[in-house]
Design a protein around this ligand. Sequence first.
Ligand code: SF4
Ligand code: SF4
Length: 379
Amino acid sequence: MNRASLYGCDSYDLDKVTLCIEKIIDDFGGLDNLLKKGKKVVIKPNLVMKKSPDGAATTHPCVIEALINILKRKTDDITIAECPGGAYTKERMSSIFAVTGMSKVAERTGAKLYLDYQQVALPCRQGKVTRNITVLEPFSSADVFINVSKLKSHGLTVFTGTAKNLYGLIPGLEKAQIHARFPDKNDFADFICDINTTIVPDLSILDGIVAMEGNGPTGGNPRHCGVLIASNSTYTADLAGCAVCNFDYREIPMFISAVKRGICPDGLENVTVTGDNLSDYIVRDFKKPDTEAKGIIKLLTQTSNPFVRKLIRSKPVINKKKCVGCGECVNCCPQKTIEIKSKKAFIHRENCIYCYCCQELCPMKAVDIKRFFLLNLIK
Ligand code: SF4
Ligand code: SF4
């Protein structure tokens, strides 16, 4: 039977979060069981970009600190590793660790921060769209891998939690190449499944104390949900997270693909949720991203006519008032279809594959999503 653990936690108070994570670990057999494969632990937060914890784009450092303090009762070999979008350099990674609060956590707890860029290619035996995956080395060599992600809406995948967090195992700019390889969102969803069948975390925790709604994963707004969710299956934890956001998992490609492949339960009725009552934490008006179509328009987005599909898709548009010409979007665009003209970004629309990486990684929130006008009429 699939199992998830869910506990209400109203704030990032270290004692309260510690208590919840203790209960979660107990629900999955206790600390000895979690560390039964060895003492070398790697923790992967979601540090999608250089943002302070208050922005709700990244896993809150309090959750990581509480987890490490508990693990330290049995091991001192704990590393925090992450590979955010964009180019990976030691300097950039150090600065992301600092701004997201992870450096302070490492100082206080003695955990290590991974700053190298060693990679390893792994066979993807159950792969549907790929036969091998390159990941940052520590994720494959850890005895115990703990995945700690953030509950968020997402412009491309609608929902993001622990399963999508594994996309961050892929080194730096290779992520952009993968977006270019899989422009179709169903293929991309299959790629996410492929990663999840290749590296399976021993525990996945979803930080939904303050989630992000709207134009996630970086441009949305913080939304208090007051909950921590966990499972030894990424998709099971996410199914519970998706219910908290009041999204229908049956409409989200990532879940559709995983259910078809038998790695995600088909509905929460097939999951035993221990802890608090999930229905007490459902946020009925949790906002979806502006990219998300509804009703007839949603059906039209599934048409096989590429002209119609392109016409009605929500488009990334540069907000010239906010753009500072930093070039981050140029570096992350998988299609190389953005250039800087007169110190402002300019999108050559004809090659755009609507992956919304530019929106995700713009530090100035200068990429707006322009919805097809009919979408606004039926909102
Ligand atoms: S759109 Fe954003 S990422 Fe691109 S150049 Fe402007 S500020 Fe930088
Ligand atoms: S312009 Fe933006 S949405 Fe279009 S392909 Fe480039 S990164 Fe993706």
